[in-house]
Write a protein that binds this ligand. Structure first.
Ligand code: ADP
Ligand code: MG
Length: 703
């Protein structure tokens, strides 16, 4: 049978299982597989053999360099390339790549944010091979490079990246889930892996127009821009037919993804004009994280080839839908069973209900931390705005499941026992969820969607490592406490029933199936005592509160020092982002908008004079009113501009990270909004020809 194009190119640039099988001696392959599957340490001899095979494989494909590819706290990926060359002594070179070079790197990389960790401990930073994520090839103008996915740590082992805690959290949740499964008699399960499918939303705009907007170039979003006459109100873009230029972009993006073994599956137009989405098929959390980073990188790269620019920012345009990343999450055993699948047999359902209850409790107890894990400066503009979940964490379960839960909570054993006899945990009332799983509820930040949870609050441009690290860790904590309790129980069946009932009753407040976009929900959530943390800065303290530290230290995911360093990094990242935005605004207003408005009003003034000169009785009231309005707004803009300059400088003088971030949020951001309001108003008055930058209409409707 003829192979399809996809089968031919799929994973051709990845040193995956098939490639390893082909290129490694059998015993080496077996040992490596063991390391990957059983989480044991890698033997140095095996590392040498793997390095050799990997190098040969890469050289055959034209590689000249290798790099340890890592994910520092900037949220994007980093790489430093080394060529394979080694001198032979007779003036020539051979291609070398040792086991040591594969396993460990010392990129120095001291300029990446460490939140003080490297100053207090040791300046060195190391990268360590994550052999559970396959090496791959990247091709660009510099040639072909062998990329080795790695974790990035300080000399003393503190995590300096997003990957290390993710890997640790995956182990934690696996250990605790296995404990629970043993209680259910599943001795055959050795490990549980966390599976993730990250749906990526993005915007595409014309690159030439993009290059005319400093705000897009420097900050990834428009800092100014009045709404065009048409926005997204017609919903004619959502799932609409895909335009030629975008289609050819998508075709190439898919091919690039497939070559890297990324399971690019679904593509469609999103709600906002110029907005699209790509969803891959889910995979293990760390691989899904790597792949999502690569997807974002490829989107940017491929867009340029098509004369487009890809915007990954959470809110590139005010007033239209923002971009998120829907993080689909579930737990799967090494025997292939999805623990969040409601299943069909009562026994399986009890187990499902326990895991479901654990997730509900974990989310309710750690809502601020979960909210933090989805935060970045851009997402502050998205959460609670058009077509985006609010900043309040709640869980959507769908009617059927909610009904089961309220029956369990309200009536317990006796009442649900409709057919008489003893009822185990009321599962007889659990309807077959597979049929009509759940209704779609797009307004929930955390929705159960049939056999997984979909965390929709996540910011589009951020790494999914953070959200999944938090999810794994908080669920591990609840499972661990549940296992402690159940392991002690005399009658497991009764104990598990009571535990499910107790957990669901205590945490029912987090379940909300209504419209999360409505104002009524905000009030209702307040009544229920659910936190509504509106900004990233307000969410950061959850990283270092006592409960978080206790949980993260208990499961060896992050130490207190690591958590504190992360909080510092977030404050700093926020301050930096707003500082850049403020400075960009200052620049654009001073050099583009004010001169443009002056030139426009001068034109209007000249016209008034000329009309008057030509005909003294002519009515120039329209021009005069325009002149007055524009001049007044110009005065407003200038006043806000000066305020912004003064306060951005003031913010810059603050030395405490938290205080600085708070000053930016409370003082600088509101001035930015005022300044924007004046300029946006002017945009609606000033003639199109005079306006110095492409408008929302140009950017959103002309791809
Ligand atoms: P929906 O359209 O309801 O969001 P899809 O079936 O299209 O659901 O899946 C959306 C994303 O969720 C995809 O990336 C998919 O691979 C992923 N996904 C599906 N099942 C799981 C699972 N068990 N664990 C994690 N992700 C999953
Ligand atoms: Mg979805």
């Amino acid at each position: 049978m003829k192979q399809s194009v996809i089968e031919e190119i799929f994973a051709m640039d990845v040193f995956n299982d098939a490639a390893m099988k082909e290129h490694l001696p059998k015993p080496v392959y077996k040992k490596l597989k063991e390391t990957i599957e059983k989480d044991v340490e890698l033997d140095p001899e095996i590392a040498s053999a793997v390095a050799h095979a990997m190098k040969e494989w890469a050289l055959e494909r034209g590689a000249t360099h290798y790099t340890h590819w890592f994910q520092p706290m900037t949220g994007i990926t980093a790489e430093k390339h080394d060529s394979f060359i080694a001198p032979t002594g007779d003036g020539g070179v051979i291609m070398e790549f040792s086991g040591k070079e594969l396993v460990k790197g010392e990129p120095d990389a001291s300029s990446f944010p460490s939140g003080g960790l490297r100053a207090t401990f040791e300046a060195r930073g190391y990268t360590a091979w994550d052999c559970t994520s396959p090496a791959f090839l990247k091709e660009d103008a510099a040639g072909v490079t062998l990329c080795i996915p790695t974790a990035f740590c300080a000399y003393t082992g503190e995590a300096l990246d997003k990957k290390t805690p993710l890997l640790r959290s995956m182990e934690a949740v696996s250990d605790q889930a296995v404990r629970i499964l043993k209680l259910f008699g599943h001795d055959e399960v050795d490990t549980v892996s966390c599976s993730v499918g990250a749906e990526q939303e993005y915007f595409l705009v014309d690159r030439e127009k993009y290059l005319k907007r400093e705000d897009l170039i420097f900050t990834g979003r428009t800092l100014f821009g009045a709404m065009p006459p048409k926005g997204q109100e017609l919903d004619d873009h959502y799932f609409g037919s895909i335009k030629e230029r975008v289609a050819s972009f998508m075709k190439e993006l898919n091919e690039e993804c497939w070559k890297l073994g990324i399971l690019a599956k679904t593509q469609h137009n999103e709600v906002a004009p110029a907005q699209h989405e790509l969803a891959p098929i889910f995979s293990t959390a760390n691989i899904a994280t790597d792949h999502n980073q690569l997807i974002m990188e490829l989107m940017k790269k491929v867009a340029k080839r098509h004369g487009l620019e890809c915007l990954l920012h959470e809110k590139p345009f005010d007033g239209v839908n923002g971009s998120g990343k829907h993080d689909n999450w579930s737990l799967v055993t090494d025997t292939g069973k999805n623990l969040l699948d409601p299943g069909k047999t009562p026994h399986e359902n009890v187990q499902f209900l326990l895991f479901l209850a654990a997730v509900i409790q974990a989310v309710d107890e750690n809502a601020p931390l979960l909210r933090m894990s989805a935060s970045n400066p851009g997402n502050d503009h998205r959460l609670g705005a058009n077509e985006a979940p609010p900043a309040i964490i709640s869980i959507y379960l769908g009617e059927q499941l909610e009904d089961v839960i309220s029956q369990l909570v309200e009536t317990g054993e006796a009442k649900s026992s409709k057919q008489g006899g003893r009822l185990k945990t009321g599962v007889h009332t659990l309807p077959d969820l597979n049929k009509d799983a759940t209704d779609r509820n797009r307004t929930s930040p955390f929705a159960f969607t049939g056999n997984k949870f979909e965390f929709r609050m996540v910011a589009s441009s951020m790494s999914v490592a953070g959200p999944n690290t938090v999810l794994n860790t908080i669920v591990a904590e609840v499972l661990s406490n549940m296992a402690d309790e159940l392991e002690k129980a005399d009658d497991f069946d009764i104990a598990v029933h009571d535990l499910i009932k107790k957990t669901l009753s205590e945490h029912q407040r987090i379940i909300f199936n209504g419209n999360g976009y409505s104002d009524a929900w905000i009030e209702e959530a307040e009544r229920r005592g659910l936190p509504n943390i509106r900004t990233m800065v307000d969410a950061i303290p959850s990283l270092t509160d006592e409960k978080t530290i206790a949980i993260f230290e208990k499961h060896h995911v992050l130490s207190k020092a690591e958590l504190q360093s992360r909080a510092e990094i977030h404050y700093e990242a926020y301050a930096k982002a707003i500082n850049i935005e403020a400075k960009t605004m200052i620049d654009m207003v001073s050099k583009q908008y004010i001169p443009a408005v002056i030139s426009f009003i001068t034109k209007v003034a000249t016209s008034i004079n000329q009309v008057k000169m030509a005909c003294a009785e002519a009515d120039t009231s329209v021009q005069e009113e325009l002149l007055k309005k524009c001049s007044n707004l110009l005065t407003d803009a200038k006043k806000e501009l000066e305020e912004l300059k003064i306060n951005t400088n003031k913010a810059g003088e603050k030395t405490n990270g938290k205080e600085q971030a708070e000053f930016f949020k409370d003082v600088v951001v509101p001035i930015m909004e005022q300044l924007r309001a004046a300029i946006d108003y002017l945009e609606m008055l000033v003639g199109k020809e005079e306006w110095p930058v492409p408008t929302y209409a140009d950017l959103l409707f002309e791809v």
